[in-house]
Design a protein around this ligand. Structure first.
Ligand code: ZN
Length: 327
């Protein structure tokens, strides 16, 4: 969820895991519906799942403890540093690691795993108000979780790792806004700044929603045109819509999932003006809510490693399609 009420802590998954390494072929963008292809000018609206997560439920170790997931090591590339110099650690900036030549060579993609698995331990810090240009918002939120206790923050990291592997295999330089390597956050303004400072060609923020049971499917959130303070999305609205439309169509193709049945008029697209991570971005950026963690049927998908790989594939295909289409 881009923002939501607090949810209880979820035990950290025990181990890093290895994702399938898929060689991804780029495919043409497809459109979901006439409105998805054309001009859904959806109004910004309150987050549909803003109050759906149950703060009182006590999640236990969920599917995250046993399902295969993302692996930092799996996407590590060998060092090509000068002879005698030590190999850079996996945490080195992506730019320091050699990348294969591919269709995305020379392009930079920032991947933003929504929330942070330890945000719940830092209520004071994440509740601090930050300036998002048009207004002030909390630094960050805890995110939601499935009923079985698989947290959104773990989901977003897992999908982000898989996505990084796929994009790097195509030659892209990938920057993660965080990699479970900080106690909380980053704050939403910093998440935007990381994309801006990287001069990213595309940015995607990975999320899963926390809405009512029966609400199913994914949606991509596009930036509305906003101006205020440091926020000015006028230069990124069109390109972000292009990115998001391609991503939505290719997410359907990769996962077989249907667009949301509760937001976006089944176009798979929503437009919002209340998200700092979008308002403060100066580079093309979208959010994707991959499914609804509070719905049992969607949760069964979100907790399945094979499905998460398909989700990452769809997102990577959308980014690849967009980057091939723009100079
Ligand atoms: Zn979220």
């Amino acid at each position: 969820m881009p923002y939501d009420v607090s949810v209880p802590p979820v035990p950290r998954a025990a181990a890093r895991r290895r994702p399938a390494l898929a060689a991804a072929g780029l495919v043409a963008a497809v459109c979901l519906t006439a409105s998805g292809c054309g001009g859904d000018s959806g109004q910004a609206r309150p987050h549909p799942g803003g109050g759906a997560a149950s703060p009182s439920s006590e999640p236990s170790a969920g599917p995250s403890a046993s399902a295969p997931g993302g692996s930092a090591a799996a996407s590590a590339a060998p060092s090509s540093g000068p002879a005698g110099t030590p190999s850079p650690p996996r945490s080195s900036p992506a730019a320091e690691r050699p990348l294969p030549d591919g269709p995305l060579s020379g392009r930079t993609v920032v991947v933003d795993p929504g929330h942070n698995p330890r945000n719940y331990q830092h209520s004071r810090e994440i509740n601090r108000q930050v300036d998002i240009g048009t207004t002030h918002k909390e630094c960050d939120t805890t995110g939601t979780s499935t009923d079985s206790g698989y947290s959104e923050a773990r989901f977003t990291l897992d999908v982000s790792h898989r996505l990084r592997t796929l994009l790097e295999a195509r030659g892209a330089r990938v920057v993660l806004t965080h990699d479970d390597d900080r106690p909380y956050g980053p704050c939403v303004d910093e998440r935007a700044r990381i994309g801006n400072d990287a001069k990213a060609d595309a940015v995607v923020s990975i999320h899963a929603d926390g809405s009512a049971v029966g609400n199913r499917g994914f949606h991509v959130i596009l930036p509305a045109e906003v101006r205020g303070g440091a926020a000015d999305t006028s230069k990124i609205v069109d390109r972000s819509r292009d990115l998001g439309t391609r991503m939505a169509g290719l997410f359907v193709r990769a996962t077989g999932s249907a667009p949301s049945n509760y937001v976006g008029g089944r176009s798979g697209l929503d437009t919002r003006k209340d998200l700092g991570g979008l308002n403060l971005s100066t580079v093309p950026k979208v959010f994707i809510e991959c499914g609804n963690m509070r719905d049992p049927a969607d949760a069964a998908l979100l907790t399945d490693a094979g499905w998460r790989q398909k989700a990452a594939q769809g997102i990577a295909d959308g980014i690849g399609s967009y980057l091939r289409a723009v100079p």
